[in-house]
Design a protein around this ligand. Structure first.
Ligand code: ADP
Ligand code: ZN
Length: 517
């Protein structure tokens, strides 16, 4: 059996391991159960292909994608490795050749679709073939949380038990629930050695900005990057069309893209983007899966993405070539309301909704971050890091202030009015302004009436937005966005915890200076 370093060079033609690969390869070679989480393109396949060559016996690779299996088998065979696949796409000769190689004890890697495991024949074949390792690609397919659930993946746990061999699972999906489910279902709850690597994309600059005039903000951003290929993501189809129009009027080559377009028109946009330099595509999240353009120089979000995973995936389309790339994400209270409503009104079961709120919270926390954004983003994915020097907050550290007083006033205004009003009405109460609605409901007689005159209306809006970002209040979709206090707000209201807010976000919006607490 070759040594791993030797095979790395002689079989794969690589000079060195990529970050993370070596440790994973060592753990797999040592016969330990492993779970490796690496982003797409991080080099997962090497982490099971290389051990397969260095270990005695056969490695079975379970993968959901026939095209991908066939590609891998082809390139392994070109490199002189005995590899084969059993898929529904096989010709009879191919299948026969695989069985012959197994019988002669030559086969090192056998790719198999999970559906094959439905018949008991697969298990006895794998046992007869001397299988010493099970590798599972796209392991998140075992999770019912995700959108790629493949029921046949549930049979892999049984296979592991039947063969009694180590299992190495690979996925690019990093969130907690999915990881936990992989451990339960593939490893029967016995924690594998887990590796989480390579989520950093240091060439991508990260920035967020509160949304005030999104059309102008995006036009200015594109104008400063004229001639560079970029993507603008929007939350609605209508908006992709109007923004693309506005960009064209400003002299940029731009087109829109969304799931409501004819397949042919979509393909044309994809082809143009691939071919042309400097095209801007204004799109919904429907644009992305198949894009393989290495020199996308910028990605802007005209609306807040759905979750921190979505954000990471969308900005990750920029700068695949490793050269500097830039991103900007706009967010405002309407976005937060929209995303919360989408979750609440969706068909998911309650615990799933709670998880979706948590993913949105993670993104809002990133938007309202008080320190390095990359550090926070990587921490979410489980990676420790230092401040990056390549994000807006590293470049311009925000001024912070103790916002406890302001937040408590706002919370008490919400509570004293029965958590039945949106930010607009609550702000009028805090400012001590009267209008018909306030008089009719007697809100001018509340003890909180007029206690917030030290801040202006835009400043209060910034405070409320940060409160939503910290998930202290949530708009209730069934009552027109009435703000309801969350559990997280209780310790602040009771005076047990203090809260730090960003001054710049409050001051940006303003005229009067903010009294520092
Ligand atoms: P993933 O499955 O994680 O999306 P792949 O296994 O397809 O990624 O690898 C992505 C690319 O990186 C492939 O082109 C592969 O040849 C290349 N690659 C993997 N490991 C190395 C390495 N150690 N050195 C150089 N290139 C590598
Ligand atoms: Zn940073």
């Amino acid at each position: 059996m070759p040594a791993p370093e030797e095979a790395l060079a002689s079989v794969f033609g690589f000079r060195a391991f990529r970050p993370g690969q070596e440790e994973i390869v060592r753990a797999v070679l040592a016969g330990r159960d492993t779970l490796a989480i690496m982003p797409t393109g991080g080099g997962k396949s090497l982490c099971y292909q290389l051990p397969a060559l260095c270990l005695p016996g056969l490695t079975v690779v379970i993968s959901p994608l026939i095209a991908l299996m066939r590609d891998q088998v082809r390139s392994l065979r070109e490199a002189g490795v005995e590899a084969g696949a059993l898929t529904s796409g096989n010709t009879e000769e191919e299948t026969e050749a695989v069985f012959r190689a197994i019988d002669e004890g030559r086969l090192k890697l056998l790719y198999m679709a999970p559906e094959r495991l439905a018949s008991g024949a697969a298990v006895s074949l794998l046992r007869r073939a001397g299988t010493g390792l099970i590798a599972v690609d796209e392991a998140h397919c075992v999770s019912a949380w995700g959108h790629d659930f493949r029921p046949d993946y549930l049979r892999i746990g049984e296979l592991k038990r039947a063969l009694n061999v180590p299992l190495a699972a690979f996925t690019a999906t990093a969130d907690e629930e999915t990881r936990a489910e992989i451990v339960t279902r593939l490893f029967e709850g016995r924690a594998p050695e887990t590796f989480l690597r390579g989520f950093d994309r240091p060439n991508i600059h990260l920035a967020f900005a509160p949304k005030d005039n999104p059309r102008k903000q995006i036009l200015d951003y594109a104008a400063a990057r004229r001639g560079q290929s970029g993507i603008v993501y929007c939350a609605s189809r209508a908006r992709t069309e109007s923004l693309a129009q506005a960009l064209r009027e400003a002299g940029h080559p731009a087109c829109h893209y969304h799931g409501g377009m004819e397949a042919e028109d979509r393909r044309e946009v994809e082809a143009r983007f691939q071919r042309e330099d400097g095209l801007i595509v204004v799109a919904t999240v429907a644009f992305g899966m198949g894009i393989d353009k290495p020199d996308i120089r910028w990605v802007a979000h005209a609306d807040l993405p759905k979750s921190i995973e979505g954000y990471y995936q969308e900005i990750g389309r920029a700068g695949r070539d490793g050269a500097p790339a830039e991103t900007l994400t706009l967010y405002g209270p309407d976005d937060i309301r929209l995303r919360r409503t989408q979750i609440d009104e969706g068909l998911a079961p309650p615990d799933r909704k709670a998880a979706d709120h948590a993913r949105l919270n993670a993104l809002l926390g990133l938007a309202e971050a008080t320190g390095c954004r990359r550090q926070r983003l990587l921490a979410y994915f489980g990676e420790d890091s230092q401040p990056c020097g390549n994000c807006d907050l590293c470049e311009h550290p925000p001024e912070l202030f103790d916002g406890t007083d302001a937040v408590r006033k706002a919370l008490s205004a919400a509570l004293r009015t029965g958590e039945s009003y949106g930010a607009g009405h609550l702000i009028e109460i805090l400012l001590g302004n009267t209008n018909d609605r306030i008089r009719a409901r007697g809100h001018d007689a509340l003890p909180t009436f007029g206690v917030g005159r030290e801040l202006s209306r835009p400043q209060w809006q910034a405070v409320f937005r940060q409160m939503m970002g910290h998930d202290l209040v949530r708009p209730d979709a069934e009552r027109h966005g009435a703000l309801v206090m969350t559990e997280r707000a209780r310790p602040i209201l009771r005076g047990e915890e203090r809260i730090t807010l960003r001054h710049d976000l409050v001051r940006r919006a303003q005229s009067k200076p903010v009294a520092k607490a």
